[in-house]
Design a protein around this ligand. Sequence first.
Ligand SMILES: [Zn+2]
Length: 215
Amino acid sequence: MRPVLKIIAFALAVSILAGCPAKKRPTELATPVNGRVLLAQVDVVTAQACPLCSRPVYACPVEPKAAETLGQALGAAFTEKRFEVIKGKVPAKNSEESPGITNWIELGKGLNAGYVAAAELYCWKEREGTALASQSPARVGFHIHVFDPAAGKEIWGGNFYEQQQSLSENVLEFRKFARRRGKWITAEQLAREGTIKLIDQLIEAQNKNASDSVH
Ligand SMILES: [Zn+2]
């Protein structure tokens, strides 16, 4: 068994034994379980507003493969942030229409997930040029909405929208540009950064809720 599989199997066994996964701060975790999260299929936004929160978005054309790439990045980011990622499938009513969020929440409840995460992808523009010389940098935008399936309601939502800027364009971006070693990153790399950033915000919000309810 690969080490990763061993960890997942162990985490699964612990969560079954415990009845429900403990919501602890990441630094206190003995096992890589921050909660069970069901990932809903990534939805591509074709209008100028997010269908889940109705907030206006800076939509740009999204390549067909991008939704899948974002879904993989989101799964990897949740795993890295010590969530147990579960995947399921909700049959679409027809090929034109993607299944609604209420179906995903129902499925999450049935699978005993602590969270259902739904991403709404509204912009995915690939970098033109190379890592060292780009005529047009990558641009990525998406919302992540997180639901509590037991309560049947949204508990958190976040937005990531970024076009990489060079140091000459924006001196405030210095740390980011230095971290990326002065290179132009791809849309996929930008999306990976975005998913990690939003999940960090989710964990922070959950920890704040937990400490608020204690005091
Ligand atoms: Zn939204």
